[in-house]
Write a protein that binds this ligand. Structure first.
Ligand SMILES: Cc1ncc(COP(=O)(O)O)c(C=O)c1O
Length: 297
């Protein structure tokens, strides 16, 4: 059986972590800043902020967007629970728009009928690394004056018309959980082009502290800081990203060819102009005559 994931931990990762341990500075600092800089450059976003995981990245971003209790946020039911959970965590209400059966992503043609006078934002999820239809989603958001938060927790390296996911919505979040294309065991990142959202994220994830540091706290906040021990893994994994994504695309192409000869199942559709990061290769079984385990065999 092919394992769902095999994290790549080489000598480089071990050396980078050892260096942080020997430096005596373990908490969020210089190495986290380096990881943020490299990640923002990779995604093509102006700002990036590390957090403890993808869930805290999502909840911090939602708070930074000033989503209030009672507000509605449109998302997809076909995702990991953290997408909807974080909407509830900030007191808002997740409103589900169904997915397209071919892409498994939010169907943009169903979004407008889900908009009410309480809707504040749309949270598309690039499921399995397959990018959502960001063009139509951004157009609908603009028309109705809504914010867009991309849940890119599974989609590091995916692109829409040559643009990396995480640089298209008003804000985006990534997870570096141990199974992800870029992994640090646990970890998260928020990317945005908005200075205002970025500034709020910095405060929310660090006890509401102001940019001057010290013990002046301007708002209620949390401790969602990343360890530099963890960021050290991220910096090394950044270097591996182009190869990891390329290999996943090559593997996906081989599976796609295989599925051309299979009637009972079909690959997840990646729409024209998009490049999936293939966090997961998830074909859909079309016939009741075959069960999953037979297909895997
Ligand atoms: C789509 C999606 N959103 C959010 C998360 C939450 O990330 P984390 O597990 O790092 O908290 C995940 C994690 O798997 C995810 O797949």
């Amino acid at each position: 059986m092919i394992p769902i994931v095999k994290p790549i931990i080489g000598e480089e990762e071990i050396h980078a972590v050892k260096e942080v341990l020997q430096s005596g500075m373990l908490a969020e600092g210089r190495v986290s800043r380096e990881f943020e800089k490299q990640f923002a450059g990779y995604v093509g976003a102006k700002h990036a902020t590390v957090t403890t995981n993808g869930t805290t990245a999502l909840s911090t971003a939602l708070e930074a967007m000033e989503i209030q209790p009672g507000d509605e946020v449109i998302t997809t039911p076909f995702t990991f629970i953290a997408s909807a959970n974080t909407i509830s965590m900030v007191g808002a209400v997740p409103v589900f728009v169904d997915v397209r059966p071919d892409t498994y992503n939010m169907d943009p043609t169903l979004i407008e009928e889900a908009i009410s006078d309480k809707t504040r934002a749309i949270m598309p999820v690039h499921i399995f690394g397959n990018p959502c239809e960001m063009g139509p989603i951004m157009e609908i958001a603009e028309k109705h004056n809504l914010m867009v938060i991309e849940d890119a927790c599974q989609a590091h390296g995916a692109t829409v018309d040559g643009k990396m996911v995480g640089s298209i919505g008003h804000v985006a979040t990534f997870s570096f959980y141990a199974t992800k294309n870029l992994m640090t065991g646990e970890g998260g990142m928020i990317t945005t082009n908005s200075q205002e959202i970025h500034n709020r994220c910095l405060m929310i994830k660090n006890h509401g502290r102001g940019p001057e540091g010290g013990y002046t706290h301007y708002r209620i906040g949390y401790n969602y800081r990343m360890l530099d021990i963890v960021a050290a893994l991220g910096v090394v994994q950044m270097e591996r990203m182009p190869v990891v994504v390329k290999r996943r695309r090559e593997n996906a192409k081989a599976y796609d060819e295989f599925f051309q000869g299979i009637e009972q199942a079909t690959p997840q559709v990646v729409l024209s102009g998009m490049d999936s990061a293939y966090h997961v290769y998830a074909p859909r079984i079309l016939s009741k005559k075959i069960v999953r385990d037979e297909l895997v065999e």
